[in-house]
Design a protein around this ligand. Structure first.
Ligand code: GDP
Ligand code: MG
Length: 178
């Protein structure tokens, strides 16, 4: 009999409204670009499974906001027991980079161990870029965050970035349990 062991991790999406959080997670889980995503009330979640070795799978339970970021009203429930945070900004809007850094600082002060994946989204709009790759990469490196630039529209780097997060969660988990 072939038993597969599943490790599940809750991860949350954060970032300003409009940066493409919902599009990213829809691209990841359904491989489509749904440009006008209508959010429902409350938060929704998606699952995505990664496998790094035989008989073992890593399941990400990805929580998406439903517009509450607009009113700064994400509840404690949203963050409770989250092992990772996917922190998204829009490379064509430097305010969103500034804001996501603020949110990360707040988050880190409350949960020190949370793993951060920083994502600069919308790289298909290179002509409108306001946030340099180097600036964000340097910020991420200084703080020990994973960092990718992505496009939910073209699909570039979406799988790669979430896979890197799953891999790191898996590695930390193994370190704890060995
Ligand atoms: P959220 O508020 O962070 O969940 O953002 P949404 O996922 O709802 O996306 C906000 C807007 O940005 C929508 O109009 C999307 O079509 C658009 N969008 C999202 N991702 C991309 C991307 O990678 N490239 C481009 N050009 N537009 C995007
Ligand atoms: Mg959304």
């Amino acid at each position: 009999m072939n038993l597969i062991k599943t490790y599940q991790f809750k991860v949350v999406l954060i970032g300003e409204s409009g940066v493409g959080k919902s599009c990213l997670v829809i691209r990841l889980t359904k491989d489509i670009f749904q440009s006008l995503h209508i959010s429902t009330i409350g938060s929704s979640f998606y699952t995505k499974i990664f496998s790094f070795k035989e008989n073992e799978e890593i399941k990400l339970e990805i929580w998406d906001t439903a517009g509450q970021e607009r009113y700064n009203s994400l509840t404690r429930m949203y963050f409770r027991d989250a092992f990772g945070a996917i922190c998204v900004y829009d490379i064509t809007n430097k305010d969103t980079f500034f804001e996501v850094k603020k949110r990360i600082q707040e988050l880190k002060s409350e949960s020190l161990d949370i793993i951060i994946l920083l994502i600069g989204n919308k790289i298909d709009l290179e002509d409108e870029r306001e946030v340099k790759y180097e600036e964000a990469a340097e910020y991420a490196e200084e703080n020990g965050f994973l960092f990718y630039e992505t496009s939910a529209k073209s699909g570039e780097n979406i799988g790669e970035s979430f896979r890197a997060l799953a891999s790191l969660l898996n590695k930390n988990n193994q370190d704890i349990h060995q």
